[in-house]
Design a binder for this molecule. Structure first.
Ligand code: PEP
Ligand code: MN
Length: 338
């Protein structure tokens, strides 16, 4: 349920209604828009009669049942776009955010070379995997804690905030100490104990869509993080499995306008995993922005031919810089900045 307050309601009104709701045993989530304040109410729907009675209060315009199963992630509960900053980098607003870096952190020299390149080209956030979810147990599994340290060190030297994946609930604290955004990978989008743990970590979460999750399932995963008290969730479309084999996955660009309609959360596109081939990355990065994405996450490697993971889909720094140059005028046409 949501409680829509009348325009001009005072802080005392908001507190009064929130306290009544909490006294009924519900949790409240406040969404203060420019005109209206909405109090999101989560708890047992069977007690909704008590909430409906709040319509009699002077400051309450309406008490509405949220139809979507994802409550806090829905636009009904929070009509305005979610916006926040990660170490000064705005996410979810007019500015498009570009996260770039290697699939895996491989060494200090590699990370520094790639970070320097993506920063010079105008990326806002450095990506790099320290814990890698590999399909084969014989493939490179990541530098783990050493990788986290290299990310932190490179973040300090470049000033770029860092996004990196966390795969296990027990590693959330150590990853949160070293990173600015915690990535939940496609394979873990429905790892509910991990989602509950990252909800408590105090850092923004980049939630990738699973390769076989529906949009509704994906938004319900976001709901776990929001309901656990973390409002800073970024969704990331990274391709789904279809019958097509020409590309690694099928980047579902339909999902961008659909999710933008259903949810207030920022949405990004990952054209690297979405295609699996560096030659297609630029086209799908542009298409992602044209579809309304708030940002991109792109794999860049200084020597893709020798990369320990995802070399075939990684751009060289020069190609990445060229793409950034092509995205700038596109952003302008779309009424955004880059
Ligand atoms: C990655 O970002 O390198 C990664 C493993 O992504 P995904 O979870 O989307 O496969
Ligand atoms: Mn990768």
């Amino acid at each position: 349920m949501i409680i829509v307050l009348k325009p001009g309601s005072s802080d005392a009104d908001i507190e009064d209604v929130s306290r009544r709701v909490r006294d009924f045993g519900f949790k409240t989530h406040l969404s203060k828009g420019e005109v209206r304040t909405i109090i999101g109410v989560v708890g047992d729907d069977r007690a909704k009669e008590q909430l409906l009675a709040l319509q009699s209060l002077d400051c309450v315009e309406n008490v509405v049942r949220i139809l979507q199963p994802f409550k806090l992630a829905s636009r009904e509960a929070h009509p305005e776009n979610t916006q926040f900053k990660v170490n000064g980098v705005p996410v979810g607003g007019k500015q498009i955010v570009v996260m770039a870096g290697p699939c895996s952190v491989e060494s200090r020299a590699q990370l520094q070379a790639v970070a320097g390149g993506v920063k010079a080209a105008g990326a806002h956030v450095l990506r790099g995997g320290a814990f890698k979810p590999r399909t084969s147990p014989y493939a490179f599994q990541g530098l783990e804690e050493e990788g986290l340290q290299l990310l932190k060190e490179t973040s300090k030297s470049t000033g770029l905030p860092v996004v990196t994946e966390v795969m296990e609930p027990d590693k959330v604290d150590v990853v949160a100490e070293h990173a600015d955004i915690l990535q939940i990978g496609a394979r873990n989008v429905q790892n509910f104990s991990l989602l509950k743990r990252v909800a408590e970590c105090g850092k923004p979460v980049l939630l990738k869509r699973g390769m076989s999750t529906s949009i509704q399932e994906w938004l319900l995963s976001a709901e776990y993080v929001l309901a656990g008290g973390n409002p800073n969730v970024i969704l990331c479309e990274r391709g789904i499995r279809t019958f097509e084999t020409s590309t690694r996955y099928t980047l579902d660009l339909n999902a961008i306008p659909v999710v933008k309609k259903l949810s207030h959360l920022p949405v990004m596109v990952d054209p690297s995993h979405g295609t699996g081939h560096w030659e297609y990355v630029a086209a799908m990065a542009k298409a992602g922005l044209a579809a309304g994405a708030d940002g991109l996450i792109i794999e860049v490697h200084n020597n893709p031919a020798e990369a320990l993971s995802d070399g075939p889909q990684s751009l060289k720094p020069t190609k990445f810089a060229q793409l950034m140059g092509e995205l700038r005028p596109l952003a302008q046409v779309l009424g955004r900045t880059l």
